[in-house]
Design a protein around this ligand. Structure first.
Ligand SMILES: [Zn+2]
Ligand SMILES: [Zn+2]
Ligand SMILES: [Zn+2]
Ligand SMILES: [Zn+2]
Ligand SMILES: [Zn+2]
Ligand SMILES: [Zn+2]
Length: 500
């Protein structure tokens, strides 16, 4: 698909495919933009894409040994020989590629082709030189000083970019190896300091000898092209190289066909509705920074608020019942569950201190931490509940098995419990991502928290029922599922409009 775009552009503008590729990469594969900018001012486009040097002329002449004054005659007698290596010699370069002297297509393609095919066009002529014109021999036997390794070598060992900066091929190769080692590929620049002209792919591939490095380079450039394409994404799944395409680049859920990883198509992180891409990044960064502070929350056990016996959470449900004293309480806030079940569910809402603006800096910092921990704890709890889901499913399977053995229905009669568990996971996932949203949100907070609380209450109900259901409860359970899913979609519709 990338190659198709390259070919199309290359024929349309009559430019080489490699140039077309660089230009497309630069404009995030916006063919129309390339064509328009190219036709308006090709030179500008090439400079901004860093294919050509910005300065109209005056490339700093590379250190060069004194050459006989006849050198200027070389070009005059051999105007056809494209001699990009000695392009920096005044006069010699006049016919090919001093930046700024000409901006038309042919000069660009001829300069790029002369770079790639350089080794062949410029063979030393050797002993036969006596029969050909002396001036040509003088041209090809000319030597040059490489400013990097500071050795004098024959000019045909040198390669120059369109900026006319010329270095010996060993130094170029070394430069490429180092850059590729750092993961740089399409952005490898000229070795001259303060010159940001990019090295054409052809030159890199010509000068790299080790096949492993060439492979690496090609992988990296390909990855760069994919990353620059707005409609393409690499699957973020571990060890998955699948490329996923979508013409709609909104923050919607994408699922990899190979490894089933689900992610946000726009930003590539785990799918995060109703939180948007910037906020989720901010939140995840904050969590990473504050991981120390939040670590103490990670406990799997808490004490029963009534009899103080240690209780382990081993399922998703926040409605806990102490095995010792049968007290019903909320895992999150340790409050009496009665207040959660029947009355207005407030466990998810953070109550800010209304006078906090007048408190000391110290108190404000404490309050800020308290607020963060409130949201973090709920975010983390849903995430953990989801991880415990496999255990919940295993327990459910065992329980159903027992029931079926006792003749209490068939497996088909119990199938709806698995559907309920799937829905539960979906709702928990959405709920998890409501907490970063609520943490940062400023307007419409009341409505959001209301809907969030409703969804929390519904799924706690559902969760409790799923773990204790009998066949006769099927109708009630399905009703509960219906309500939970409606709450979920309403919340998303109101606060995350891209997800219909
Ligand atoms: Zn060198
Ligand atoms: Zn340069
Ligand atoms: Zn994948
Ligand atoms: Zn996103
Ligand atoms: Zn207890
Ligand atoms: Zn609570």
């Amino acid at each position: 698909m990338l190659n198709e775009s390259v070919e199309k552009l290359s024929t349309q503008l009559q430019i080489t495919p490699s140039l077309a590729k660089v230009l497309l990469h630069e404009t995030r594969w916006n063919t129309a933009e390339v064509i328009e900018r190219y036709r308006n001012n090709a030179s500008n486009l090439l400079v901004s894409a860093r294919i050509k040097a910005a300065a109209p002329s005056v490339p700093p002449p590379p250190a060069q040994l004194p050459v006989p004054s006849t050198s200027s005659a070389v070009v005059v007698t051999n105007p056809g020989a494209t001699c990009s290596f000695i392009a920096s010699v005044p006069g010699c370069s006049a016919s090919s590629a001093i930046p700024g002297t000409s901006s038309n297509t042919s000069s660009i393609s001829s300069s790029s082709s002369s770079i790639s095919g350089s080794g062949k066009t410029h063979q030393p002529i050797g002993s036969t030189s006596t029969t050909t014109t002396v001036t040509v021999a003088a041209c090809c036997y000319r030597t040059q000083l490489c400013p990097v390794c500071v050795t004098v070598q024959s000019t045909d060992k040198f390669h120059a970019l369109s900026c006319q900066h010329s270095f010996c091929r060993d130094c170029w190769a070394m430069h490429f190896e180092i850059q590729i080692g750092q993961g740089i590929s399409t952005q490898i620049e000229c070795m001259e300091q303060r010159c940001d002209v990019r090295v054409p792919e052809d030159l890199v591939l010509t000068l790299l000898n080790r096949p492993m490095l060439r492979d690496k380079y090609q992988q990296f450039t390909f990855a760069d092209y994919v990353k620059s394409h707005p409609e393409l994404r690499f699957c973020p799944g571990p060890n998955c190289q699948t490329i996923i395409r979508s013409q709609d680049i909104s923050p919607k859920k994408a699922v990899c066909r190979m490894c089933k990883t689900a992610f946000c198509f726009r930003c590539g992180t785990d799918y995060h509705a109703p939180t948007d891409c910037q906020i989720i990044r901010k939140w995840l960064t904050k969590c990473a920074d504050d991981s120390e502070t939040a670590n103490y929350i990670s406990a799997h056990t808490k004490d029963c608020p009534k009899c103080h016996i240690c209780i382990e959470k081993n399922g998703g449900c926040n409605h806990m019942q102490c095995f010792n004293c049968k007290h019903d309480f909320c895992w999150m806030c340790l409050g009496d569950w009665k207040a959660h079940g029947s009355e207005y569910y407030e466990c998810s809402r953070y109550k800010e201190n209304p006078n906090i603006a007048h408190e000391s800096v110290h108190a404000q910092a404490r309050e800020a931490l308290k607020k963060y921990l409130h949201y973090y704890e709920r975010w983390e709890n849903h995430s953990k509940s989801l991880q415990l889901e496999q255990q919940t499913l295993d327990r459910m399977r065992t329980r159903i098995n027992e029931k079926v053995m006792k003749g209490l229905g068939t497996w088909i009669d119990w199938q709806h419990l698995f559907d309920a568990a799937t829905l539960l996971a979906k709702c928990r996932y959405t709920l998890q991502y409501t907490y970063p949203y609520a943490y940062y949100m400023e307007s419409r907070k009341e409505l959001f928290e209301y809907q969030q609380a409703q969804l929390e209450a519904e799924i706690e109900n559902l969760s409790w029922k799923v773990e204790r259901a009998e066949t006769t409860d099927r109708g009630e359970l399905e009703n509960q599922m219906d309500i939970a899913e409606k709450r979920r979609t309403t919340l998303l519709k109101d606060f995350f409009p891209t997800e219909a």
